[in-house]
Write a protein that binds this ligand. Sequence first.
Ligand SMILES: NC(=O)c1ccc[n+]([C@@H]2O[C@H](COP(=O)([O-])OP(=O)(O)OC[C@H]3O[C@@H](n4cnc5c(N)ncnc54)[C@H](OP(=O)(O)O)[C@@H]3O)[C@@H](O)[C@H]2O)c1
Length: 384
Amino acid sequence: MANPDKPTKPVHILFVGAGAVGCFYASRLHHPSHNILTSLIARSNYSAIAKSGVSLQTHSFGDYTFQPHAVFPSISAATATDDPGSSPLAANPASAPQSLPPKDGWDYIIVTTKALPDRNDDAALIAPLVSAKSCIVLIQNGVGVEEPYRSRFPHNPIVSAVTVVSAEQIRNGVVRQNRWTRISLGPYGHGLSAPSSPSDSASTVNDDDDDKAVVQRGHACMDQLAQWWADHGGIRDAETHTELELQTIRWHKLCINAAFNPTAVLSGGRGNADQLTDPELREHITGIMHEIRHAAAQVLGKPFPDSLASPDRIIRSSERNAGAKPSMLLDWEAGRPMELEVILGNPVRIARRKGVDMPKLQSLYALLRSMQKVREERGEKGKL
Ligand SMILES: NC(=O)c1ccc[n+]([C@@H]2O[C@H](COP(=O)([O-])OP(=O)(O)OC[C@H]3O[C@@H](n4cnc5c(N)ncnc54)[C@H](OP(=O)(O)O)[C@@H]3O)[C@@H](O)[C@H]2O)c1
């Protein structure tokens, strides 16, 4: 008897961005015996992964090697073409003979790059990969990350994802997961004014059948991914949500990312727990969390539910997180661009559209944006 959980034909899943998050979640999805084939687009770590796969050192699943179905050095190499002879890899097939994109396109394209809309238009970059059947999944921090994808791909399902994981690439092709696995998924329609679930759409005036179909496909893709991650990948906290719930989770996560991350850079390099030992910084962090809670209630139309941690709870758990450096600080120290737009700029702009000011976030945004600009203009790299 056919296994109802096993797709009858191979499902081709492509991760764009083979960093910490991409490699970890790709490795937990890949399941060839169930026809789930996961591939990676790598960049600076392409040679290492093409040669030996990804070596994972995980708190949750032990140490193992992940051999993706295929690894590509660029988006163009992963772009399906009717003429295999024109594939960029055809020029050098010996280098990676297995790395040909699926002829009929990618079923899922999962974006796990850092979200840097001020640097790259990632939606435009991935456009050659997207076919009518592709579901686009975004596993990135911040808010407003989906909008460029929705405007460019109005007919493709989009799944928005927030992860609570602590992972890092410690050298090319070697990824360490320190703790946590949670991934929260939700469909993305046309922003929060659109129906958030098939049942919502029945009660919402929306004459556009195409829009409803896209949202319904998003739901189906989300359910499928969550099931595969849970059943095959052991990610028991792969959770599905409505669009509004997922956007609420995105805004709530800002209470950590928009509070501790910018402060880590501006306070001279202090980690989360260390920041909280300073009474002035502690007051500043608490103030940011309250500002986000207030703005989110206006943007989302309702306050955060009690199930999401209060500022006091976040502070108590951050006090135990000694030694950890926020990713924005690591990016700053390494001279890499910081995720300022999606963590600070977008919330300020989205709230402003609803008539709400976020003066604390706006100050952090203005200062860090300027610091980054000045450093780049001076051609400086690395630590302050
Ligand atoms: N790491 C965590 O614990 C964690 C936890 C929660 C959420 N997040 C969020 O998850 C997202 C991903 O974070 P991450 O930690 O995985 O970042 P990361 O380790 O820096 O990985 C991003 C990867 O994307 C690659 N990339 C960027 N642009 C590309 C392009 N055009 N083509 C091919 N590859 C490209 C980078 O390649 P290069 O190395 O060549 O630049 C890098 O390997 C971020 O939004 C982050 O805030 C991370």
